[in-house]
Design a protein around this ligand. Structure first.
Ligand SMILES: Nc1ncnc2c1ncn2[C@@H]1O[C@H](COP(=O)(O)OP(=O)(O)OP(=O)(O)O)[C@@H](O)[C@H]1O
Length: 262
């Protein structure tokens, strides 16, 4: 099983103005297998984005190791695609070109990359929108283009930093269901950074709570609501189950505990 692994990772961003830099993450160990959906939650500043940046290879750990299948991660790579909160698309380019661009950079022949871009645009519900410019799309549609672009590269791991944070509640609910279906179809391992505990509970096979200063793992929970949705259960019924509400409360308490204990 292909795995993205952080082993005893610590991070500080480098000294500023002669002062020692604070430790941002301390002794983080976690494994994301393909086929798993791991969410990271925690209060603002607890190091969630920093953790994703390490997994993506945007920053290197100060100590410890980040690896994919036992090979050290030394930078970004095609095995890991990233979706950001602001969709990071080129507004002046057409939707199809945006999705196909990483494939072009990877040297995929034109016919092949356009076919793959079409396929993933269809998967995210944007068939027929490829000729539009990005600036003509709604926020939810733009995020779907960003996700299609990430998946078109057929990554083994999909890393998402608050991808739904800017969307209204109804669009967000629809995106949850879409994300689960795409996760299943792509067979990628998903790492999601989110401020929404409810989102984490619904989507994830595993949730990690980071406590701040320095960021460290305070709590973990294994869940199966997303898998049950994919097996055909009704999402609204799942979200109102006592077990769902109890999991949400446990995770909220884990975040809150570390706030009040300080
Ligand atoms: N490039 C950087 N250089 C220096 N310090 C940084 C950098 N990026 C983040 N930090 C610091 O690292 C700590 C963790 O930030 P990070 O963005 O990882 O947290 P977060 O949990 O994602 O926060 P939020 O929920 O507000 O997005 C913060 O104290 C932040 O100021």
């Amino acid at each position: 099983m292909s795995a993205l692994r952080l082993s005893q990772v610590s991070l500080h961003y480098g000294a500023t103005g002669g002062r020692a830099a604070p430790l941002v993450l301390e002794d983080i160990s976690l494994t994301l297998d393909r086929g798993e959906f791991l969410s990271v939650i925690g209060r603002s500043g607890s190091g969630k984005t920093s953790l994703l940046n390490l997994a993506a290879g945007f920053v290197a750990p100060s100590s410890g190791r980040v690896e994919v299948d036992g090979n050290a991660v030394t930078g970004p790579g095609p095995d890991r695609a990233v979706v950001f909160q602001d969709d990071a698309l080129f507004p002046w380019r057409r939707v199809l070109e945006n999705v196909a661009l990483p494939l072009k950079l990877a040297g995929v022949p034109r016919a092949d990359r356009l076919e793959r871009a079409h396929h993933w645009l269809t998967e995210v519900g944007l068939a027929g929108q490829g000729g539009k410019f990005v600036w003509q799309l709604s926020g939810g549609q733009r995020q779907r283009v960003g996700i299609a672009r990430a998946l078109a590269a057929e990554p083994r791991f999909l890393l998402m930093d608050e991808p739904l944070g800017a969307l209204d509640a109804m669009t967000r609910d629809q995106m949850h269901e879409l994300l689960l279906k795409l996760w299943q179809e792509s067979h990628a391992g998903a790492l999601l950074i989110t401020h929404s505990v409810e989102e984490a509970v619904f989507l994830s096979t595993s949730v990690v709570v980071l406590a701040p200063e320095p960021g460290r793992i305070a709590f973990r929970e294994e869940l199966d609501f997303g898998r049950r949705f994919l097996a055909g259960e009704d999402p609204r019924s799942l979200k109102s189950e006592p077990a769902f509400i109890a999991a949400r409360e446990r995770l909220l308490a884990a975040i809150h505990e570390k706030e009040t204990a300080r």
